[in-house]
Ligand binder design. Structure first.
Ligand SMILES: [Zn+2]
Ligand SMILES: [Zn+2]
Length: 277
């Protein structure tokens, strides 16, 4: 998979100083990004550090999950915000977030959140608040709601069409590394564990605020495929995993991971769609 040859912004070719997006094929000059206001001086270093690492850097198109919505979807999201009295551009506390999710649930299903769902909402909140500041930034909230909407409204095939060539290639490599006996099948628990693997991004310092190119820390040593850290969140080995015996093909693997791969696009260290278990 090759990157574009010319800077997306100025359309000039100067090989040495182009920074590639990890999601799409676009490349950029850091100077052009700064000129356009996509880069503030204090995170230039991070772009230059991140863009050529394995974690990579997402350009301002790919960083913004909101751009994946159609105009209609966008409109319905904004409708919901205004009905639920969500104040745009403001960070949300856990109470705000729970309140919003309660209202949305009541509108859609005419009932309050179950304890189980409330627990999930709380977990989702804390995975979007990696610095434990007690609040979720507006940009992360929008990204989360956008991905929820995609999950709810789009078909599996339409989600697959959103994946880029780079994302497919990474997913393919992950699948192949899990398929150790080369029979084109992996088991269900490996498939589920991979859903955590796309979010291997950690902030290395306090996230200041939601800028389009924000802080992404160094990738952990392990690739999503070989990582074992996801296991710590799994059940204890004593409990038998019903998914262990399920056989998963490449097509199914791609389908079951697509929404999480999309959710992992932003540079923000927040996890915008927490996989269950
Ligand atoms: Zn340029
Ligand atoms: Zn991009």
């Amino acid at each position: 998979i090759t990157n574009d040859e010319m800077c997306e912004i100025c359309e000039v070719w100067t090989a040495e100083s182009l920074y590639p997006c990890r999601i799409c094929s676009r490349v950029f000059h850091d100077g052009c990004l700064r000129r356009m206001g996509y880069l503030r001086n204090d995170n230039t270093l991070e772009l230059t550090e991140m863009a050529h690492t394995e974690t990579g850097w997402s350009c301002y198109y790919c960083d913004n999950l909101n751009l994946l919505l159609t105009q209609e979807e966008m409109y319905s999201l904004m409708e919901m915000f205004s009905q639920c009295k969500v104040i745009p551009e403001c960070p949300l506390t856990l109470d705000d977030f729970l309140h919003y999710k309660h209202l949305v649930n009541r509108q859609l299903q005419d009932k309050s959140l179950s304890d189980d769902l409330e627990e999930q909402v709380t977990l989702q909140f804390s995975s979007m608040d990696p610095e434990k500041k007690g609040q979720v930034e507006w940009g992360d909230f929008i990204s989360h709601e956008s991905i929820c909407l995609l999950q709810k409204l789009r078909t599996e095939n339409s989600l697959l069409r959103l994946l880029t060539a780079k994302e497919r290639e990474r997913t393919r490599a992950t699948f192949l590394s899990l398929d150790q006996d080369n029979n084109k099948l992996i088991n269900g628990s490996e498939c589920r564990r991979a859903q955590h693997g796309w979010f291997r991004k950690q902030s290395k310092e306090a996230v200041s605020c939601n800028v389009s190119i924000s802080h992404v820390g160094p990738m952990s040593e392990s690739s999503p495929a070989s990582s074992t850290s996801g296991k710590s969140q799994d059940k204890t080995p004593l409990t038998s995993d019903p998914d262990e015996g399920r056989q998963v093909s490449w097509d199914t693997f791609l389908k079951e991971n697509a929404i999480f791969i999309l959710a992992a696009r932003p540079n923000s260290s927040a996890i915008h769609l927490k996989p269950s278990v």
